[in-house]
Design a protein around this ligand. Sequence first.
Ligand code: RUB
Length: 289
Amino acid sequence: MNKRGNSSKVSSIKKNLRIFNKTVEDIKRIKIQGARNIAKAALKAYSLNPTLKAKRILLNSRPTEPMMENVLNLADKYPYSKILTHFDKTQERINKYLFPLIKRNSIIFTHCHSTNVSNALINARKKGKIFEVYLTETRPLFQGRKTAKILRKAGIKVTLFVDSAVCVALSKKQRTKKVNRIFLGADALTPKGIINKIGSETIANLAKQKKILLYIVADSWKFTRKKIKIEQRALNEIWDKAPRNIKIKNPAFEFVDKKYLTGIITEFGLMKYGNFLDKIDKFNKIPLV
Ligand code: RUB
């Protein structure tokens, strides 16, 4: 290779590394958020820098993300383009299976920002369904605001509640309307239940108490049998420059036992969580749909 060829190769390696590092930073800082977006961005970054070290750096950027791990492992065996098609195909199927669950003029409740949930709701609105969404702001990083803005832009009426008003939101109290369905995303699907944004277990408890149907809306590639570490985030997200003698905890996620779930919507359809586990068992590995 001549000198010019060499220097353009070096500059393209440098450029890829810059993009890789920026993606890792954006994932860590939640500029890229939600399991699906994280997995997609990680896949792209890994395609620019496909080394074991790069994989380790990506996996450490958000520790509660088995979908990212599944996707990066698949990337070692299959072309990136083939893996990428899975995300949209899965979303289309989720949209189709969620659609009939939304009743005319009903109230849907959600929490945080899940792309799988938001896309399916937007699809239902586009296809003519009229419904309202109640949602919680999701402190400390306010991902609920992101969901609220996206849904409102799509013509869906939204009402945002502070997290601590979740009982009011789900209770037909203080002039709130009856919630008909709860749709939550997931970061991890496990044999015992799911892991999702902190606050999800309280919502699940309330759903059971108030007999509100609770569905998980998620890509099957979030499934793992591994023990998942729950990410503990920086304390200054809660209280910047807090007095030193005050202990703060900032868990990003929590586990929700499968006993609370009415069902799960994945690319395989709407089913009981146990049936979803049977389906996964049948494949014996993550299926490349
Ligand atoms: C996001 C979150 C979402 C799931 C599913 O948490 O808990 O419900 O990741 O999202 P964070 P999606 O903002 O901390 O990443 O459906 O987009 O995969």
